[in-house]
Design a protein around this ligand. Structure first.
Ligand SMILES: [Zn+2]
Length: 162
């Protein structure tokens, strides 16, 4: 039945190699860079990835966590949990980190679609915390040294001069 349309797909490509894996920022499909470059993302034809290296670089990422294969989206609890039931069977990332280009983001909104990728909020928070802690340490350490050390050094010099 589905064979009537020449472009119809039943399955997404699966990665041909474990190296250079990337995940689609919109749907989380995992493939190799070259596969995205040659055939695009089966779930997201509107991203227009084929033959466009810059698009593939900006709409897919190597920054993802976890991997699972989805064979029967309509029966899979993972697929339902992750909201993937409308995607084709394939290999997917659990979490994808990155931001789609503004123009792509606007296009998704027009199509009333959402992207699965998130911006790494936890790690950004951690970085800020570490920076704040470092600042506190530096401030605390600096005042101690400046108040005591120069005074002691000056006293020593005076004694030597006498
Ligand atoms: Zn996709």
């Amino acid at each position: 039945m589905g064979d009537e349309e020449p472009d119809a797909v039943d399955f997404c490509e699966t990665p041909t190699s474990m190296q250079g894996l990337r995940s689609c920022l919109r749907c989380g499909l995992i493939k190799n860079f070259n596969q995205f470059y040659e055939h695009g993302c089966e779930n997201c034809p509107f991203l227009e990835l084929p033959e466009r290296q810059d698009r593939v670089e900006r709409c897919t990422t190597s920054d993802f966590e976890g991997m699972f294969s989805m064979m029967k989206p309509e029966d899979s609890w993972v697929a339902r949990w992750e909201g993937l039931t409308s995607f084709y069977p394939g290999i997917y990332a659990l979490r994808i980190f990155g931001v789609l280009p503004d123009e792509v983001d606007a296009m998704l909104q027009d199509l009333q679609l959402t992207a699965r990728a998130t911006k790494l909020p936890e790690d950004q928070g951690l970085e800020q915390q570490q920076q704040q802690q470092q600042q506190l340490l530096q401030e605390g350490g600096a005042t101690d040294d400046e108040e005591e050390a120069p005074a002691a050094a000056a006293e020593e010099e005076e004694q030597q001069n006498e």
